[in-house]
Design a protein around this ligand. Structure first.
Ligand code: SF4
Length: 372
């Protein structure tokens, strides 16, 4: 199938005829609906936007996972980023979606209004340009993202090195996706039947990058984002449940290769090293983040630009820590769509367009029957 065919209504309808009875049969055998986690925030949006969540609702509970990088960024990282913005000799460069993410006492948007130099950029290389044009300032790029985002940040560091820009730094709050799934699989209270794995991350790490799930014998399917991708991935997950020995299924082979993007992987290894880092809601997860390695320490904002970081405190009433683990739906938060809206977000899951609260606000309001 090519391009638009993955959205073809007739093909979708005929696949539903074939696949939905298989889901129904499995549901009958289990005596409950199936419970699959969509790990990626883009999948959460796609299920709602395309209406596929509704099509599957009688058979499957779709549980949102830790797939929005802004949402899983720990509160202490936010406080660190805001503290960089408070330095009088520093320009903070960031993607726009970080501006309203709350720290313990402030956010970047407020800091900018109070006179801090915070600039929104569309690529990390723009931040290198800002550094070149402002040699008297230190420029910190806020590195927030999964495996998909890190290659462009690694390239910006290479660019700064090649062009001898010495006042460019990166604060690396990058996360690696597979290690966050292990505690969810091993949580006996969770009862997840399998994982729909993120297509974009898989383009970088490849099918092989999910070896961990294979070793845990967990049903897992790599999927794309069009209606037919979503439906067939859920169907394949159901088939995997019936197998004794599972392997990670690549249902996005038009984009994802077995070994992923090896060039991007080499670039990451050249500049970063794996570290155990803190995630919102999860705490410290072993080998789940990337820090600058010894050879690139001179670009590391954390070691080169000291700040007074305040004591971190949680956001009163916000349930994002539970939402990113799929333990709670946005409807479980008393602030949802009342005190907390996209115009006035209280937690990160409402700030990011890929956050579960923001997606539910946009597409699922009034459907409070959705539970996990
Ligand atoms: S609705 Fe707002 S306050 Fe509640 S969990 Fe979501 S982001 Fe946090």
């Amino acid at each position: 199938m090519m391009g638009m065919a993955y959205r073809d209504k007739d093909i979708f309808a005929s696949l539903c005829q074939k696949m939905l009875p298989v889901l129904e049969e499995k549901k009958q055998r289990l005596g409950r609906k199936l419970r699959f986690m969509e790990v990626c925030g883009t999948h959460t949006v796609s299920f709602s936007k395309t209406g596929v969540r509704e099509v599957l609702a009688d058979y499957v509970d779709l549980v949102s996972g830790p797939g929005c990088p802004v949402c899983v960024t720990d509160q202490s990282d936010m406080d660190q980023m805001i503290a960089f913005a408070k330095r009088s000799d520093t320009i903070v460069a960031t993607f726009g979606d970080m501006m309203k993410v709350p720290g313990s006492y402030s956010n970047l948007y407020k800091e900018k209004a109070d006179g801090a130099e915070v600039r929104i950029v569309y690529s990390p290389s723009q931040a290198v340009e800002i550094a070149r044009q402002n040699p008297q300032k230190q420029v910190v790029f806020l590195g927030v993202g999964f495996e998909t985002t890190v290659p462009s940040i690694a390239l910006s560091i290479r660019k700064a090195e090649r062009e001898k820009v010495r006042n460019y730094f990166v604060y690396s709050a990058h996360k690696l996706t597979p290690p966050a799934l292990q505690p969810l699989i091993q949580d006996p209270t969770h009862q997840l039947d399998g994982f729909l794995l993120p297509g974009h991350v898989s383009v970088i790490i490849g099918r092989k990058g999910w070896n961990l799930l294979e070793s845990l014998n967990e049903p897992a399917v790599i999927g794309g984002f069009e209606p037919i991708d979503l439906l067939t991935s859920i169907y394949l997950l159901t088939l995997e449940m019936n197998k004794e020995r599972r392997s990670v299924v690549n249902n996005y082979s038009r984009m994802v290769r077995e070994n992923g993007n090896e060039k991007a992987q080499e670039l990451l290894k050249e500049i970063f090293e794996v570290d155990s880092v803190k995630w919102r809601g999860f705490g410290i997860l072993p080998n789940s983040g990337l820090r600058m390695n010894a050879a690139y320490q001179s670009y590391d904002a954390l070691t080169n630009l000291p700040v007074d970081r305040p004591v971190t405190k949680g956001i009163k009433g916000c349930r994002c820590g539970e939402i990113v683990k799929g333990k709670e739906t946005p409807f479980g938060c008393p602030l949802f769509a009342k005190a907390c809206t996209p115009e006035n977000p209280i937690g990160p899951c409402m700030v990011s367009s890929e956050g579960t609260c923001s997606t539910y606000y946009q597409f699922e309001r009034g459907k409070e029957k959705i539970t996990y």
